[in-house]
Structure formats: C-alpha cells, structure tokens
Design a protein around this ligand. Structure first.
Ligand code: FAD
Length: 304
C-alpha cells in the first residue's frame, strides 16, 4: 500500500481517536488499541486525493466502512483494501472517560482496555499491571441511559459486512477471528504468509438461554423498569462459571449477534418505530424468530 487510513491516539488524550494517513510501516504499531470515540476517518480521503495516493488501505468500524463504500467510486483509487473490525457500540470519548473512572481509582494510568470473548474486560496500566473485570462486575447500571447513542444501539452491521477482511475477537477464544470476505481479503491474508497461524474456530455452549435473558432485560430497561439484576452474592459464582460453561467460539459470536439484533428491534420500537421497516433487514428478523420477536404490521417493507 502507499498509505493506510486509520486512527491513532490524539497527542492530548490517548483515548481520543484521531484519523491519520500512515505511510511508513513502522508507524502502524502506534495505532493499535481500541479507543471509544467518533473519528471522521473518511474525510481523510480528500487529503489522499490531494496527495495523489492511489493504492490505499483503510481500517475502520462498520459506520466508517459504509460511508467509504458509498463514496468509493468518487475517490478514483487504483486499489482500496478495507479491513474492518466488528463493533457493537461506540460513544463519545468524554463518555468513555466516565466509564474508565468507574473502573479504577487512577483511570489516567489505564493504557489499554479490551472487551474479551471470555466475558471479561482486560485493562492494562502504564506500570505493566493487568486487571480482568468480569462483565457482570462492570458498572453498567451507573452509566446514563444514553451512554451509547441510538445509532449504535440500532446498528445491524455488527460484523462489518462491507469490509474485505474483518478482524475481531468475538469467535476467537483468546486469538483473533478473521472473516475473509472476498479476493481482496484473501490477498491481504496472503501477505502475512507464515506470520499468520490460523485454525478453524471452535464452538461450544448454548446461546438461547443467554439471549432470551438478555432480551427480557433490554425490554424492561427500554420500558423504564429497573434491570432484573442478580443478587450480589451470586455474581462471583456466575462470573466464575460464565467463561467455563457459557457459549464459546462461534457460538459466542452468534450469541452477541442475536443480542444485538434484539436490541435493534426493541430500541427502535420504543424510540423510532416509524424507521423499523427501513432499518431492520429480513435477515435480522430471521435471527429473532426463535425468541418470538416477529415483525408487526407495518414493520416490514411491502414486497416489490
Ligand atoms: C468502538 C469499537 C467497538 C468494538 N467492538 C467490538 C466487538 O463488539 N466485537 C469484536 O470482536 N471487536 C470489536 N472491536 C474491535 C476490537 O477492539 C479489535 O480492534 C479487534 O479485535 C482487532 O484486534 P487487533 O489486536 O488486531 O487490533 P489492533 O491492532 O489494536 O487495531 C485496532 C484498530 O482499530 C482502530 N480503532 C481504534 N479505535 C477506533 C475508533 N474509535 N474508530 C475507528 N477505528 C478505531 C485502530 O486505529 C486500529 O487500526 C471494536 C472496536 C472499536 C473501535
């Protein structure tokens, strides 16, 4: 590639994503890490054109990739490679700082945060320490209701379907999960040669009870009722059991996809019912059939 468009930490605030055009391989490592925040990445295409760059890769979350695909022809590039990450939710960097402050007494020393497929969040600190927090111990109830915007709560492209290659953790069990979607994705993977050690993803556990319980909770919360939370004394036990007997590998990825699909319908019904027929595609309804969530009258486009 001549350039990679991605986001780097802002020099003033390492959690703020700053769109960058990377032209030296050694500068890619500085872009690593998940940072919550909105980054106008696609706007950099104007600079790409001004600099005459023609063979470009872009690493982005689904909403950025949608925009880039919609405008792709206008960019007149010779080659565009799109590497996408899955993304369940994003928020403002300001909100993310509030979240970090609830996780540790010295949030300014947190250098890395990642949600993991073993039902835990991993934190790393400047002094090299690591901390794992079970999802059930996260201070979710202390976050404001609008912590995640409606656009994220109702996004139906969790797995970044328009990318050439999706890289995420969801169906991995500690390692990354790759979805090679087309020939360009294959080209990218081939570039890694022997550096990539790949094996088919595993799958175990049963998602249905987890998704059903999640749906009940989201419906209660969306209806303004308190979350049906488990007693504090049960939490450590469930946190211990979840990574051991909960869904793993592909089954974990399916669990999250179905949860996200349900969230979309529940939040749209509550906040923007008129948009359902245009925003919820047929495959999302199919994912929800097993949980009794079916389109009501007017919630699907008329055929033809
Ligand atoms: C807001 C957000 C939510 C995510 N949710 C999920 C999820 O639910 N499930 C899942 O499997 N994966 C999710 N991911 C992807 C995950 O965090 C990892 O990026 C992915 O597993 C790839 O790992 P890696 O070690 O190769 O990434 P790294 O080497 O750390 O690379 C991460 C890439 O993401 C870019 N990036 C970081 N923050 C942003 C941002 N705000 N906007 C755009 N690009 C950004 C970085 O610049 C870098 O290029 C999410 C990422 C983001 C940014």
């Amino acid at each position: 590639m001549e350039a990679v468009l991605t986001v780097a930490p802002d020099p003033e605030d390492r959690w703020k994503p700053r769109p960058v055009i990377v032209t030296r391989a050694q500068d890619m490592a500085g872009c690593r890490g998940m940072r919550m925040g909105y980054a106008p990445l696609v706007a950099l295409m104007e600079e790409v054109a001004a600099r005459g760059l023609k063979k470009v890769a872009l690493i982005g979350i689904p909403c950025q990739v949608y925009a880039v695909r919609a405008l792709e022809e206008e960019f007149r590039l010779d080659k565009l490679y799109v590497i996408g990450t899955p993304c369940s939710d994003n928020t403002t960097t300001e909100n993310f700082h509030t979240f970090l402050a609830l996780l540790d007494e010295a949030p300014e020393t947190i250098s890395y945060l990642e949600f993991r497929a073993d039902f835990r969040v991993e934190l790393r600190f400047d002094d090299g320490r690591k901390k794992l927090i079970p999802f059930l111990s996260l201070p979710i109830s202390k976050l404001p209701r609008d912590f995640f915007p409606l656009t994220c709560r109702t996004c139906v492209d969790y797995t970044n379907a328009l990318s050439d290659l999706t890289v995420g953790y969801m169906a991995g069990e500690g390692d990354q999960w790759l979805i090679v979607r087309n020939e360009r994705g294959e080209e990218l993977v081939a570039l890694l040669g022997d550096e990539l050690v790949a094996s088919p993803p595993g799958s175990s556990g049963k998602r249905a009870p987890h998704v059903a319980a999640f749906i009940t909770n989201v419906e209660r919360a969306a209806g303004g009722l308190p979350l049906r939370s488990m007693p504090n004394w049960v939490r450590p036990l469930v946190s211990f059991l979840q990574p051991r007997i909960g869904p793993k590998g592909l089954e974990f990825a399916r669990t999250r996809l179905e949860m996200k699909a349900a969230e979309t319908v529940i939040h749209l019904r509550r906040e923007q019912p008129g948009k359902i027929k245009n925003m919820v595609p047929a495959h999302v309804w199919r994912l929800l059939e097993a949980y009794g969530l079916r389109p009501a009258e007017g919630e699907q486009k008329e055929p033809g």
